[in-house]
Design a binder for this molecule. Structure first.
Ligand code: C2E
Ligand code: CA
Ligand code: CA
Length: 803
């Protein structure tokens, strides 16, 4: 129970120690108090015992001896007065009836010297008594004497008075002072043990040990010597026959003031010490039981009130770390403040953690702008989806791209862009709420996905995108802006047939989320290519488009390497001078197998694979060299306009390349015009602007191509260092037939002119268009009316028309 290094065991140990200490001190104090009281009582008893013993031994003997002598010497008896045989006989008879075992001798001595005696003991005792001759004629004289050999004796010399009151002689009597009877009497009355010593010789004793009367000496020699030397009584502790005793020793003196014996009274402490030891044992047992009791109680208390709550907290933490937060609901009520604090702190901490985790999850799975689940959430939901049945899995995916979001961001700012996305989210959410099992996700910047988690429905596949597109026909209000947004939608689906693989859709109905998304995106891209704001359902031919793209990419590399590309030149007609004054370089690829491939297609492929840099460099270099040579050969000063892809422009060393190229070819920079489109510039407006400014400062012209098809053309005119605007073909297509179109073109040209820009109108195909344009203040015309783009070889011939 104390092995583990736990708080509980430490507290247990501590409590146990305290209890042990208290019990020990308690026992010690109790025993000491008890025994000091007892010993005091015993000492008092022993002290009174010795006095009583003296009285019994000495005084009582004295009294008896006195009354015996009184009787014997009574003058009325006249017993001892006469010294005749009758009297002697009577004397002997009297003595014989004296009835005292202790009587040792009686000797009558008359003044005339005659004497007679009766002796019960040794003759030497009379001799001892006779040594002391002190006597009185009027009163009896007592003394004690003796030695180790003879023992202790009480002697009395009693004066014999005749009837005439004349002293007649003395009576000498000896009495054994310490007979066994008296010592036994002591034991019986005072419960004390007693011994009489003559010198150091024990002559009567009550001490019993091991059921035997102790006949050896019971005198403690050290104490005896002290008592004999100092002639004083000693009271205290002593060892008697190896046993602990409380004792009193009292000296017995003879007339010569010599110690002739010692009286001993003692109380054996053996039994009481046995009792004491037993008490200690009982107390120890009691203490132990108490200890056990307290231990069990304290252990129980500790467990209930401290250990268990702490354990609970520890276990709860463990479960919480495994994500089982429910454990907190069953939190037991704490009885103590500290535990309650611990629990509350834990509770708060866990709540904090849970909230943090939830926030993290929200951040991870929810799109912050629209509040819709994001791509991660979409993948999480369908990643491991078993695409095996019809009823409860991903069957339809709608890939929705917001058209021209970049323009909107650029034109109105990112806040408006974000608000637009939010509204798109709401619109889509609102729309799908009309259909069961649909969910909408924002999967990237301007892309949303609607997924159906339920049975495949061929009608919905048509209706839902239609209604989305219809919904976006309404304009959207964001703050003060009214924006007309549109979306391009690609659709894909798993056309399950009653949950079973069927003959028609063997492969198609086994698509994973990844595949469905890819297909829908492909369809969406197709919509984008076809002019946006529409929807398309994926069909396998789109895969072919992808494959075609991939193989074209490979082929394009080869074509570049083996110089299979060609540059065509389309002349620009200058209205002021009524002649061609330059050309636009347009790349051509006549594929050895596929035939003519439109530049828009392979330029896009090149842009997707970084090939555009190499391709663009080649075109730029080829056309510059060509025009430089052409001018040199023909003594002319035709300008050349080269289309520059945004990727090309944004490449780090583009400006450097252009300036070096001009040096290398010797082409006058004013004869070079770079045509850029606004489409992709907006993302890197500042860099583009910097680069174009650099080039413009070196007298290279910059033309804004396809003007009128983008969003913010007028903004670009202000921001970028543009020198020329190329009005897109779509602008002038119906100027000959539609008054409104004409009005627009007139205004645009006017604005551009006002800013000081040159205007090139492209895509002019008819004489009518030309006639109209001639009346407008535009500078140049480009289009099939004059000439299609032609190869180098045919150029001179074309030019000869308007030299
Ligand atoms: P773009 O720069 O707007 O080029 C003008 C396009 O309109 C050319 O098509 C040209 O052949 C065509 N075009 C000119 N006049 C008429 C007309 O009266 N009627 C009709 N219907 N079309 C006319 P092309 O050569 O097919 O080029 C298409 C686009 O491909 C170009 O549009 C340009 O964006 C890109 N492109 C062509 N060559 C290059 C190039 O060398 N480099 C880069 N970066 N892009 C190029
Ligand atoms: Ca162009
Ligand atoms: Ca153009």
């Amino acid at each position: 129970m104390f092995k583990k290094n736990t708080l509980h065991s430490k507290i247990n140990l501590f409590i146990l120690g305290i209890i042990l200490l208290i019990v020990t001190i308690g026992c010690f104090v109790a025993i000491n108090i008890f025994f000091s009281i007892y010993e005091n009582e015993m000492t008092r008893m022993v002290t009174t015992g010795i006095t009583a013993f003296e009285e019994i031994i000495i005084q009582e003997n004295k009294n008896w001896l006195l009354s015996f002598s009184d009787e014997l010497a009574d003058p009325e008896n006249r017993l001892l007065i006469k010294n005749d045989p009758a009297s002697i006989q009577a004397f002997h008879q009297y003595i014989g009836h004296a009835n005292n075992d202790a009587l040792e001798f009686v000797k009558v001595t008359y003044l005339d010297g005659n004497s007679y005696e009766k002796i019960f003991a040794d003759q030497s005792i009379i001799n001892l008594a006779s040594q002391n001759t002190v006597s009185s004629t009027t009163k009896p004289y007592f003394w004690i004497d003796g030695n180790a050999q003879l023992g202790l004796h009480l002697f009395c010399r009693y004066p014999l008075i005749g009837s005439d009151q004349i002293p007649a002689g003395t009576l000498l009597i000896g009495l054994n002072l310490a007979d066994q009877k008296r010592v036994d009497y002591m034991k019986n009355t005072a419960a004390l043990e007693a011994t009489v010593f003559a010198g150091n010789t024990r002559i009567a004793t009550t001490i019993v040990k091991n059921n035997e009367n102790q006949i050896g000496t019971t005198l403690d020699p050290a104490i005896a010597d002290m008592v004999i030397d100092q002639k004083t009584t000693y009271t205290g502790k002593a060892t008697v026959l190896g046993d602990p005793y409380l004792v009193a020793y009292s000296p017995v003196l003879n007339p010569r003031d010599e110690v002739v014996g010692v009286l001993f009274v003692g109380k054996s402490m053996v039994s009481i010490y046995t009792i004491r030891n037993r008490i200690i044992l009982y107390i120890a047992i009691l203490g132990f039981l108490l200890l056990l009791f307290f231990y069990i109680i304290s252990n129980h208390w500790l467990r209930i009130n401290i250990t268990n709550p702490i354990r609970w907290v520890a276990d709860a933490m463990k479960m919480i770390s495994q994500g089982q937060y429910k454990v907190l609901e069953n939190m037991p009520k704490a009885k103590y403040e500290e535990i309650e604090m611990l629990q509350t702190t834990m509770y708060d901490m866990v709540n904090e953690l849970v909230t943090g985790k939830k926030n993290l999850e929200t951040a991870a799975y929810i799109d912050s702008i629209t509040g819709l689940p994001n791509r991660v959430s979409l993948y999480k939901k369908y990643q491991n989806s078993p695409f095996t049945d019809n009823s409860n899995t991903l069957t339809q995916v709608y890939y929705i791209d917001v058209d021209n979001l970049k323009y909107i961001n650029n034109l109105f700012g990112h806040n408006v862009g974000d608000s637009l996305l939010r509204q798109v989210g709401w619109i889509l959410k609102e729309l799908i709420s009309r259909y069961p099992h649909y969910e909408v996700y924002r999967i990237s910047g301007d892309e949303f996905a609607i997924c159906k988690n339920g049975s495949y429905d061929p009608d919905e596949i048509q209706h839902l995108p239609q209604s989305i597109i219809k919904e976006f026909e309404k304009s959207i209000t964001i703050g003060e802006q009214i924006i007309s947004a549109s979306v391009s939608i690609g659709v894909s689906g798993n056309a399950y047939c009653d949950g079973k693989k069927c003959k028609i859709c063997t492969k198609e109905c086994q698509d994973s989320l990844e595949q469905l998304l890819k297909k829908a995106e492909l369809a969406m891209n197709q919509v984008k290519m076809n002019g946006k704001n529409n929807f398309m359902i994926f069909n396998p031919s789109m895969n072919e488009i992808i494959q075609r793209k991939a193989s074209l990419q490979q082929d394009l590399k080869q074509a570049l390497k083996y110089k299979q590309l060609e540059i065509y030149y389309q002349p620009k007609f200058d209205l002021a001078s009524n002649r061609y004054d330059g050309f636009e370089a347009l790349v051509r690829w006549n594929h050895h197998e596929r035939g003519f491939i439109p530049p828009l297609e392979f330029i896009r492929i090149a842009e997707e694979s970084n090939l555009i840099i190499e391709l663009g460099d080649w075109i730029l270099e080829e056309s510059c060299r060509f025009i430089s040579n052409y001018n040199l050969t023909h003594q002319s000063s035709y300008s050349i306009a080269v289309n520059i892809s945004t990727f090309q422009l944004l490449n780090d060393d583009f400006e450097e390349k252009v300036t070096k190229l001009l040096e290398k070819t010797g082409l006058d920079p004013s004869l070079l015009e770079l045509e850029i489109t606004e489409t992709m510039l907006m993302n890197s407006m500042s860099i583009a602007s910097e680069k174009l400014t650099f080039l413009r400062e070196r007298n290279i012209s910059i033309a804004l191509d396809d003007f009128g098809t983008g969003y913010s053309s007028l903004t670009y005119l202000k921001v970028l260092p543009i020198s020329t605007v190329k009005l897109d073909k779509s602008f002038i297509d119906d100027i000959a037939t539609d008054k409104l179109s004409l009005k627009i073109v007139e205004n645009v040209i006017q604005i551009a002119k006002n800013i000081g820009l040159k205007i090139v109108v492209e895509g002019v195909e008819t004489i009518d268009q030309l006639e109209i344009l001639k009346d407008l203040p535009c500078n140049k015309i480009q289009g099939y009316y004059f000439s299609k783009p032609v190869s180098e070889l045919n150029l001179t011939e074309v030019l000869s028309e308007y030299p």
